[in-house]
Design a protein around this ligand. Sequence first.
Ligand code: CA
Length: 242
Amino acid sequence: MLLLGAVLLLLALPSHGQENIEAPEVLPIPKGACAGWMAGIPGHPGHNGTPGRDGRDGTPGEKGEKGDPGFAGPKGDTGETGVSGVEGPRGFPGIPGRKGEPGESAYVYRSAFSVGLETRVTIPNIPIRFTKIFYNQQNHYDGTTGKFYCNIPGLYYFSYHITVYLKDVKVSLYKKDKAVLFTYDQFQDKNVDQASGSVLLYLEKGDQVWLQVYGDGENNGVYADNVHDSTFTGFLLYHDIE
Ligand SMILES: [Ca+2]
């Protein structure tokens, strides 16, 4: 009888691992019960206990993998100006410019003549008429009068080369009815001489210049034929700039 009681007591004691489980209520053993009375049926399991407290923090985990690159930042400020570079090579020559406008015509400042005798002269004291024209582009020399007429004021050069034959020659260059230059040559028999002269004269417009035998006709050996010339030449050296 004592043994049975001990067994029941052991059954009533809580087992390990079930500390929080409420122990079932142990039915008291009725006193004076019959030794032959069978033990009671097991009781119902107890109710679940209240939740336990939170456990302690775990140890730190291993270091993670490197993340993706971030987005590009904003554009920075403009830097300072750099040092100037070395001068480049010389370029090719440019295209030539257009032709300039024609200048003032020089034609109006042209005046020249060169004439010669065609036959000998015997008449003194009148202009010698040179009718063999070498040049008289501007017609400032008049072959009908033997005079040069100044159209352009300025400095002129005159010259003459006279063939002397049979008689002496004395000629004068006239300017405005006044002899300004004299040339004299004595003729020698069985010979042909030359007489010449040249001069620079300033002429006003309208001035006339010519050559004529000077005197009374004793010195009129001025000669010309097919192979002997006597010439009279004049031209404008430079015009009078106004
Ligand atoms: Ca002579």
